[in-house]
Design a binder for this molecule. Structure first.
Ligand SMILES: Cc1ncc(COP(=O)(O)O)c(C=O)c1O
Length: 364
């Protein structure tokens, strides 16, 4: 892939005029992200021989963009937790990124931030508009944090069976909430699409299940993993929900080293209780999913994940969510099968939003 560096010209008088290179649409986002760090600055343009450089559209709401810059440092850069007691094997290490340690409280802060930022950069999202999306909860909570900080309105559709904490948090943030029956986000997506079709100019429809800015956000997740493991990571394993985490992190890791093994994780039955996870054979497959990316797929049982929550709190000192625990089950199974390697997974969120599960496990 050609390396491409867009030039950024910022002027305090003329507002900000970044060039966006459109020859590599996926890289464009990273350029824009890159640009964010350097306002105001004049950066040399290292040409990519691309003839498709374009100015940022003039309809960009630069006030909103500046507000995004003020919270940017709160997204990403999560610590890597070393697993030492629950699994210990010579020459095999397991790490998990503590993704709740960011603005919005979960891994979904990354895509939420990037989706909103890129929409502003494209001129699709301006003050006065409402962000609209379907979410199993965590993306919605991340949007809610960012919308509050930016003074934007947010309308969300959640599955009725989302945890009570998610509903309470979103209500506290003043989100306009709707519920779809059951636990599947596909129903929520249908409702949201209808609302958008009736009033497209009022909303920015974030559409996290089809939006490339979701998975592109996880290029940074991969960069952090490479840096935090001194580029020694050999395996990445993670669940599939919108699939953004797996696709974005996986693509960047494969670009860095095609030998890095990507293991996708799914619930072992459609009737699971792993919030945020999709059982692809019976679910609506998100359009951003890349079926050719994973080297292998593993299936995790909800009861095993719940056991892991208990064990992990007692043996490692972190009270993690069912989704994080299921990722850990997958990582340990993988670790048991290899002789050497550095396995990285993600702790999508902690147990704070799962009082019903924790109450059941604690017996209180
Ligand atoms: C708790 C939890 N785990 C896993 C996922 C899946 O992540 P992704 O949507 O990036 O596939 C989500 C997504 O919302 C989630 O909320």
């Amino acid at each position: 892939m050609r390396e491409c560096y867009g030039s950024v010209i910022a002027s305090p008088i003329l507002s900000i005029l970044p060039y966006l290179c459109t020859c590599q649409p996926d890289r464009t986002t990273l350029l824009a992200e890159d640009f964010g760090n350097r306002v105001p600055a004049l950066r040399a343009h290292k040409p990519c021989n691309c003839t498709m450089m374009t100015y940022m559209p003039s309809k960009v709401d630069s006030a909103l963009l500046r507000k995004m810059e003020t919270i940017k440092h709160l997204v990403g850069n999560t610590p890597l937790f070393p697993v030492t007691r629950i699994f210990n094997k010579k020459n095999v290490r397991i790490y998990a990124k503590m993704e709740w340690r960011q603005f919005g409280g979960s891994i979904k802060s990354r895509p939420a931030f990037n989706i909103i930022k890129q929409a502003i950069l494209r001129g699709d999202l301006r003050e006065g508009m409402t962000i609209l999306d379907a979410s199993s909860g965590n993306t919605g909570i991340a949007y809610a944090h960012i919308c509050a900080a930016l003074g934007l309105k947010l309308k969300l559709c959640l599955p009725e069976e989302a945890t009570i904490e998610r509903k309470r948090i979103l209500t506290m943030f003043g989100v306009d909430l709707m519920y779809s029956p059951g636990k599947k986000t596909s129903k929520s997506q249908e409702i949201v699409k209808e609302i958008y079709a009736k009033n497209p100019e009022k909303y920015f429809y974030a559409d996290q299940y089809s939006n490339k800015d979701n998975w592109v956000a996880h290029y940074m997740t991969a960069e952090e993993i490479l840096q935090q493991t001194n580029q020694e990571v050999t395996h990445f394993c993670s669940s599939l929900g919108t699939t953004g985490t797996f696709v974005g992190t996986g693509r960047r890791l494969k670009e860095f080293d095609p030998n890095i093994q990507l293991v996708s994780l799914q619930p072992d039955s459609p009737d699971h209780k792993l919030e945020g996870w999709k059982h692809l054979a019976t679910a609506t497959v998100p359009s951003i999913y890349d079926p050719n990316l994973a080297d292998s797929t593993r299936f995790v049982n909800t009861a095993d994940a719940y056991d892991m929550i208990t064990r992990f709190s007692k043996e490692e000192g972190l009270l993690i969510s069912p989704s994080s625990a299921a990722n850990m089950v997958g990582a340990i199974r993988l670790a048991e099968e290899i002789d050497q390697g550095v396995i990285v997974t993600v702790f999508t969120d902690n147990a704070a939003k799962y009082s019903a599960v924790i109450g059941g496990l604690a017996g209180i």
